[in-house]
Design a protein around this ligand. Sequence first.
Ligand code: C2E
Ligand code: MG
Ligand code: MG
Ligand code: MG
Length: 283
Amino acid sequence: RAKIDSRGTFSFFEAALDARAQTRRKIEVELRDAIQNDLLRPYYQPLIDLSSGRITGFEALVRWPHPERGMISPGEFIPVAEETGLINAIGGLMLRSACRDAAQWPDDVRVAVNLSPLQVHSGNLLSVVTDTLKQSGLPPRRLELEITETLLLEKSAQVLATLHALRALGVRISMDDFGTGYSSLSYLRSFPFDKIKVDQSFVRDLGANREAQAIIRSIISLGKGLGVTITAEGVETEAELSCLRAEGCDEGQGFLFSKARPNTEIVSLLRAQRGVDGGETDA
Ligand code: C2E
Ligand code: MG
Ligand code: MG
Ligand code: MG
């Protein structure tokens, strides 16, 4: 019996691997097709200034409306896109769409775009960003680029030079998912960041959990010491929000404020905000 079990387990394991590979392959084929047919769309989630409650900008998040499966989340296809190199095409189209859309927003509203490790190491990021800004007419100071700390694992001179050149243009650089990687603190010393986005795992349970509060407090004081903006990701409850406010966190993002929405809704959201602020009608 034992022998049969172990053989059975072995072939079950192989079959599972095979099924996994097939799923990935299917995603790859369909994703390639979606890119070619221009089906991927940016959705935008607001970033809120916690002292004024105003929208300071939006993060562009890729969405894939699939004919049979509905909206597929990036968590499912970004890893496949990274493995297959399709992320370069996705990154390029997200940057173009985001800059083009943001150019139509009010002048004090920024747009944040996620970059994949491949894009940052590609060697042509600076020219891609420069060209895209020029074509869209978006001023560089209104663009933020989000980089997850895992990508910086190699502290290459080339990556460092690219980041400095982008900042010299006026583009802002954010460290995404702060605290989830191995070397968050050493990256802060080596790379030029304007903003730290604290991962939602540290925001969860704020107000109810003393440890979470102590960690947030020290990240915020670190940010003040470095002169960088601190943004809390994944704010879902009023308790989390009031704790973040009390600790002096600069910005928040999360379902409490809004989920990511298509650009058509962003335009009316911003119009409503302008109406509340100044009583202005649409210009
Ligand atoms: P991220 O850059 O950290 O983006 C934030 C994610 O948290 C988004 O998930 C957003 O919908 C989600 N989120 C926002 N507020 C809340 C909240 O209150 N609660 C919870 N539970 N989640 C919240 P999304 O859109 O599924 O994206 C997942 C990840 O995929 C992103 O994490 C980013 O790493 C990656 N991604 C998305 N779009 C792009 C892209 O255009 N290029 C690249 N390279 N990566 C992207
Ligand atoms: Mg991000
Ligand atoms: Mg993030
Ligand atoms: Mg995150």
